[in-house]
Design a protein around this ligand. Structure first.
Ligand code: SAM
Length: 242
């Protein structure tokens, strides 16, 4: 999978060199390209923002550098007929979910556009974005952290990245439920005992116990999941409704 990230703070994405994503890059499973938006700014000061029409506080990211950046990045794969899926992290987007991450994991090429200030001029988003995606109901300073989260969640789902594929299949949300609690040795710790069934060696009983506890936990903590709705959807071809 190829991933391009356009940002005014490429250094902010340095965690993508570490741990699971870093190893996936080393092994050629994911090919990450960072781009500094300012290289597409035309003035001597490399300005990428301007005052908002209609007044109000803060600045808005100008359309010209974004348009030039997205044109050049998209055309860089045009030789082999590829077109990227373009994602704009934004608090006004659809919520990011495991189902949506699974859809992205099936795509060959993703482009993330990291907004700053009050966001990116809406005309860029209308013309270029396939998805506007929110990490949650809070406001971050920029799209970089949201992009880090999405790239890590998607990379985990790529074949060969997580050693035991079953562990991804058993994760929270993979089957619509929260994962049951997990334990390791010792069997008793500070008077707290690992449930006997997990030490019984009875695989059928263990599967039933895990299912029951996962259902109970999900009903208590996230009853919305049992309704079976995925607010971001899983259809990678679906564009965000305007
Ligand atoms: N004024 C905007 C609003 O109220 O919707 C918030 C702009 S925020 C300060 C700057 C950038 O951070 C956004 O353009 C977006 O890229 C990113 N961002 C902030 N919160 C986010 C969230 N919850 N999910 C995804 N991206 C977010």
């Amino acid at each position: 999978m190829r991933v391009d990230i356009i940002t005014i703070f490429p250094d902010y994405l340095s965690p993508l060199e570490l741990s699971l994503v870093g190893r996936a890059r080393d092994r050629g499973i994911i090919d990450v390209h960072l781009h500094d938006l300012r290289q597409w700014a035309s003035d001597v000061h490399r300005t990428v923002d301007d005052a908002p029409y209609g007044g109000g506080p803060g600045m808005v990211m100008r359309p010209e550098p974004w348009w030039a950046a997205l044109t050049e990045v998209s055309e860089s794969g045009a030789a082999d007929g590829r077109r990227p899926r373009i994602i704009v992290p934004t608090p006004v987007g659809r919520p990011f979910t495991q189902g949506y991450a699974g859809g992205l994991a099936a795509e060959p090429w993703l482009v993330f556009c990291c907004g700053r200030y009050e966001g990116i001029d809406a005309r860029v988003i209308e013309a270029w974005a396939d998805d506007e995606i929110s990490l949650g109901d809070y406001v971050l300073a920029g799209g970089e952290v949201a992009t880090l989260v999405m790239v890590e969640a998607v990379t985990r789902l790529l074949p060969g990245v997580v050693g035991n594929a079953e562990s991804v299949a058993d994760d929270s949300f993979a089957n619509g439920l929260l994962e049951p609690p997990v334990y390791t040795r010792p069997p008793v710790w500070h008077d707290r005992e690992v449930p006997a069934v997990l030490r019984s060696g009875d695989h059928g009983a263990i599967i039933r116990w895990r299912r029951e506890v996962a259902l109970r936990r999900t009903a208590q903590r996230r009853p919305d999941l049992l309704a079976g709705t995925d607010p971001a959807g899983t259809d990678p071809a679906g564009r965000v409704a305007q």
